[in-house]
Design a protein around this ligand. Structure first.
Ligand SMILES: O=C(O)CCC(=O)C(=O)O
Length: 300
């Protein structure tokens, strides 16, 4: 109902007139010179070859905290036999595959700071531009006995022509050393620009990297989780995939993360999870940024 003095209409028009672009998630972040160079190099490598590896992304202390606090989550990953359900899958997910644990921000606070790490945000911004969001957050751990995945692209579900600018930036944070034998990710260099599918026997590089490293790659790059042929070496990893803010996220985190949980998160993480208005109106409610809207309406 409209108020008699018309103030609600004035409020509404003011609201429409006050539309402005969001503050970038990287606003105010400053790096020292060596880290700026590392970020720049990573962005250039992703553009040129489709991927980059940044060592020492996590400090020893951060790595040890994540290991401890993620332990219950990595109890939930495990091996499954994919032969029956997906044996004929065209991308070749045959044999024994690992179970990924999705929707991490509903399940743990162990990686909140990792997701908003300045190096990470600046690299993702360099790959995707300023409007990006977290599309999916997963724990991945191909245990001994897991077979390799087939090569695939993670941006394949957006049905638009190729080559294309990056829609998705994938990351894997190594919680254990990634080696050829424990299932380090396989990458086909340069394939992010290809317009044709790769052959499953394409040549690849193996993303071997010490624990604490960050692998980042264009979602158009053909890649696959490796098989774990070791006797006893786990390959724990955190997988954050980011996408352009005006595309739909892979995981529906608005439903998946309980309200009391997302309300308790730092604002930067809330925004990264998609609770923000972008491109003037996308993600808004009644012209209003969703976090502002929520504050205005939470008492009523
Ligand atoms: O675990 C990996 O190395 C990659 C996993 C992956 O690409 C996927 O599950 O889509």
């Amino acid at each position: 109902m409209s108020k008699k003095d018309g103030s609600d209409v004035v409020d509404f028009i003011e609201r429409v007139n006050s539309l402005k672009p969001p503050r970038p998630l990287t606003d105010g972040l400053e790096l020292d010179q060596p880290d700026s160079v590392r970020v720049k190099t990573a962005i250039q490598e992703v553009d040129r070859q489709g991927y980059s590896i940044l060592r020492d992304f996590l400090s020893e202390q951060e790595l040890s905290d994540v290991r401890d606090r993620m332990a219950p989550i990595f109890e939930l990953t495990g091996n499954r036999n994919a032969k029956d359900s997906r044996g004929s899958h065209r991308k070749g997910y045959y044999g024994v595959q690992t179970v990924h644990v999705h929707n991490l921000f509903a399940k743990t606070r162990a990686v909140d700071d990792v997701a908003t790490n300045p190096l990470l945000l600046l690299i993702i911004e360099g790959v995707l531009g300023p409007l990006f969001q977290l599309s999916v957050a997963t724990a991945m751990c191909p245990d001994p006995g897991v077979d390799p995945q087939g090569f695939h692209q993670d941006d394949g579900h957006y049905p638009l022509p190729r080559p294309r600018p990056p829609f998705i930036a994938n990351t894997l944070i190594a919680i254990d050393d990634f080696t050829e034998s424990n299932g380090a990710t396989r990458l086909v260099p340069g394939s992010h620009r290809w317009t044709h599918p790769v052959n499953q026997d394409e040549e690849f590089v193996i993303a071997e990297m010490p624990a604490g490293s960050l692998l980042v790659f264009d979602g158009a790059l053909w890649h696959a989780g490796g098989g774990n042929s070791s006797d006893d070496k786990r390959r724990r990893s955190i997988n954050f995939n980011f996408n352009l803010s005006w595309l739909r996220q892979q995981e529906n985190q608005y439903v998946g993360i309980p309200r009391h949980v997302w309300l308790s998160l730092p604002e930067k993480l809330q925004r990264l999870l998609g609770f923000q208005k972008v491109n003037f109106l996308y993600g808004s409610v009644d012209y209003t940024d969703p976090l502002v809207y929520f504050k205005e309406h939470s008492d009523s």
